[in-house]
Design a protein around this ligand. Structure first.
Ligand code: SF4
Length: 694
């Protein structure tokens, strides 16, 4: 419902959708937003915005918003509206009951990248200090957890190395498994501007993304590899660089661990890793791979931008490491115009990881088993912390089905729609005795919940988001919470009901606590963010105004470390029954599970998910554009409308995942990254057949 009128007041805030983190001016009339305009001084967007952000306010006051807490004993019972006091007391008593009956580790929590840094910090504090275990995880598990692992291992910290502005100094742009014009539109425009100015473009993607043939832009190389063969491709690129003498020898000698480099070099130089030897695996002609490698290594400042097409694989972490290897090997790290840049899908993926919402890490990426770090938090929180890492999200599901994980606090995350193999997820949720969902809408996960705590949208609370360039920006309350409390206050109520004292009166106090306990945030405060507009971490005594480019004089871990990247084929194999590979992605006008964008004007442009299929595969099956098709995998079946498209390569089909009705995750499987359990959304063997009319 769009209402216009003259604004009475306005505040600068930050978009709550993608990892670009655009600044907006929210203009208000009373408690109603009348307009959102891009903030011209916003450093992430410089006055630009996309079609998602402009209409984001539409969902905040949508009639579907739930504004009263609700409880029920069984999920088959109707919801009963109750007071906040009763809902919080019921949730706390249920969690206590479960721990008394099944043990301390029988409950846990999931937080979301849609939450602010302060909210995420509080959730992990509640789990660690209030529940007494480390069973806390975040939706970054299912998107960029391999980035955390891969960049942590090679460079020492899990973060993009550049500012967005850095691309203005790039001569070569290598895009791997990302679709910036759809998923990160404002940064995508910045990238297109640089390409129109003459920068060279290499795209590694199974699908012809828009960038490849935009007006006045043509990719110099498009390597349309088969889904699941990323690691063979990155190793083949490295092979060319090593065997053709294109290494940055001085950089490597000065900045990288010598033994690790030689081990890696010997490995990639093997003939079986050459573009010729791997062409059958990747499906890309060797000369194309050789040309792309030469361009990346010798074309000047070369920057890598990557997305979920890198991470959401059984070798997601290996691929992130392969990318980091490539940048070190060519000296493309530590100055403007170069670097390794994960394009974060959600507004606060970076922040939710920074804030310690993984089961093995306290805020600032410090392992829970480290005694010194643990003691720091124990002193600050007045509790003893468990030194053992807790359960990851998929482990929680498995434990629930085994009868040892019985209660879940889920804030801002719709795991039923967003996690793979929906049948497995719902079976696990059905096995639990108490699920507390805190969200703004009754989402798919809430169908399995016993307590519903109304959440608050980004317009109803104060806090911060951290975008893909480590930029911490303010989220400002422009309207009163529709359900009385902001999310951080709800978590605080639950903590106090469980006996963990929290008495914050404003999120700035939470950020002050984060800064006291986290070296890379030591210099961050609301005062500083307000003064500068935003600040990029690390921000501390060494970098009082923040850090634009990382790893300038040395890597966070000291010397950069190379790792061997051995390609291992996915377990998800095509055969006669499932002859096609399904891969997934986003579209411009919708955002993730669509809970927000489907309730805005954006639904005009993209009202359903469709299945893109190559004309050859369509014709073979008698499928025409617009036909209903059944998509069947080893996990399940769903029905979509077909979109016959030359963007696809034969043998590969593609869909988005924005609508619960289309159920993309009904067909994705449990395969996951070996290091982080990030699901392999990008490789599912399927059959596609026309739906026969009765
Ligand atoms: Fe900016 Fe992303 Fe929001 Fe679009 S969705 S306005 S690119 S932050």
């Amino acid at each position: 419902v769009i209402q216009f009128g003259q604004p009475e007041h306005s505040k600068i805030t930050t978009c709550a959708y993608c990892g670009v983190g655009c600044g907006f001016k929210a203009e208000m009339k009373g408690n109603q937003v009348v307009r959102m305009t891009p903030w011209k001084d916003g450093k992430a967007n410089e006055g630009h915005a996309c079609v998602k952000g402009r209409f984001a306010w539409g969902y905040a006051t949508h009639p579907d918003r739930i504004t009263k807490p609700m409880i029920r004993s069984k999920i088959t019972d109707p919801w009963r509206e109750v007071s906040w006091e009763e809902a919080i007391a019921y949730a706390a008593s249920e969690f206590k009951r479960l721990q008394a009956k099944y043990g301390k580790d029988s409950i846990g929590g999931i937080t979301s990248s849609r939450c602010t840094n302060e909210e995420t910090y509080l959730v992990q504090k509640l789990i660690r200090a209030g529940f007494g275990n480390n069973n806390v995880d975040t939706c970054a598990r299912v998107c960029h957890s391999p980035t955390g692992y891969g960049l942590g291992q090679t460079y020492g910290t899990s973060a993009g190395t550049q500012t967005f502005k850095s691309i203005e100094h790039s001569d070569v742009i290598l895009v791997i498994g990302a679709n910036p014009t759809d998923a990160h539109p404002v940064f995508g425009s910045r990238m297109k501007k640089r390409l129109r100015e003459g920068a060279k473009l290499i795209v590694i993607d199974p699908r012809k993304i828009d960038l490849i043939n935009s007006p006045h832009i043509k990719a110099d190389y498009h390597l349309p590899l088969k889904p699941g063969t990323n690691v063979a491709m990155i190793t083949a690129l490295a092979h060319v660089i090593v065997t053709e003498g294109l290494l940055a020898d001085d950089f490597i000698a000065e900045r990288c661990e010598e033994k690790s480099f030689h081990d890696w070099k010997d490995f990639v130089a093997k003939p079986e890793n050459s573009p010729e030897a791997t062409a059958e695996i990747t499906g890309v002609p060797a000369e194309q791979v050789r040309g792309a490698a030469r361009l990346y290594a010798t074309g000047g400042n070369a920057a890598i931008y990557y997305g979920l097409g890198v991470t959401e694989h059984s070798q997601g972490s290996t691929m992130v490491i392969g990318i980091a290897n490539l940048a070190m090997a060519t000296g493309n790290i530590g100055r403007e115009g170069v670097g390794v840049n994960p394009l974060r899908g959600q507004n606060n993926v970076q922040g939710s990881c920074d804030m310690g919402s993984f089961p093995h890490e306290l805020p600032g990426y410090r392992h829970i088993s480290d005694t010194t770090t643990r003691q720091l938090f124990e002193q600050a929180w007045g509790v003893e912390l468990d030194p053992e890492p807790g359960l990851r999200i998929p482990n929680m599901f498995d434990a629930a089905l085994a009868g040892s994980f019985m209660g879940l606090y889920c804030e801002g995350e719709d795991i039923v729609q967003s996690d793979p193999n929906t049948q497995h997820v719902t079976a696990a949720l059905s096995a639990m005795e108490c699920i507390v969902v805190q969200d703004i809408f009754l989402n798919e996960t809430a169908k399995y919940a016993h307590v519903f705590l109304p959440g608050s949208s980004f317009l109803e609370k104060d806090g911060t988001f951290t975008n893909a360039e480590r930029r911490i920006s303010r989220v400002r309350q422009v309207m009163k919470p529709l359900a009385k409390y902001a999310d951080w206050e709800v978590t605080q109520l639950l903590a106090n009901a469980l006996g963990l004292k929290m008495d914050y009166t404003h999120p700035s106090q939470i950020m002050d606590e984060i800064a006291r306990l986290t070296p890379s945030f030591a210099g961050v405060s609301y005062e500083k963010i307000d003064k500068h507009g935003s600040v990029q971490w690390p921000c501390n005594d060494d970098a009082p105004d923040g850090t634009q480019t990382m790893h300038i004089d040395g890597f966070v871990r000291g010397k950069g470390k190379f790792f061997v990247t051995q390609y291992i084929a996915s377990d998800e194999k095509v055969n006669r029954r499932f002859p096609l590979i399904l891969t997934t992605g986003r579209i411009l006008s919708q955002y993730n599970v669509g809970a927000q964008t489907r309730r805005t004007a954006n639904s005009m442009w993209h009202p359903e998910d469709v299945l893109e299929i190559h004309p050859h595969d369509a014709e073979e099956r008698g499928i025409k554009d617009g036909d209903s098709v059944a998509v069947t995998s080893r996990a399940g079946e769903t029905v979509l409308h077909a979109k016959v498209s030359e963007r696809m390569q034969p043998g590969v089909v593609y869909t988005t995942f924005h609508f619960p009705e289309s159920g993309a995750n009904v067909i994705t499987t449990d395969n996951s990254d070996w290091a982080t359990n990030c699901p392999e959304y990008k490789v599912t063997a399927v059959q596609v057949l026309p739906v026969t009319q009765p």
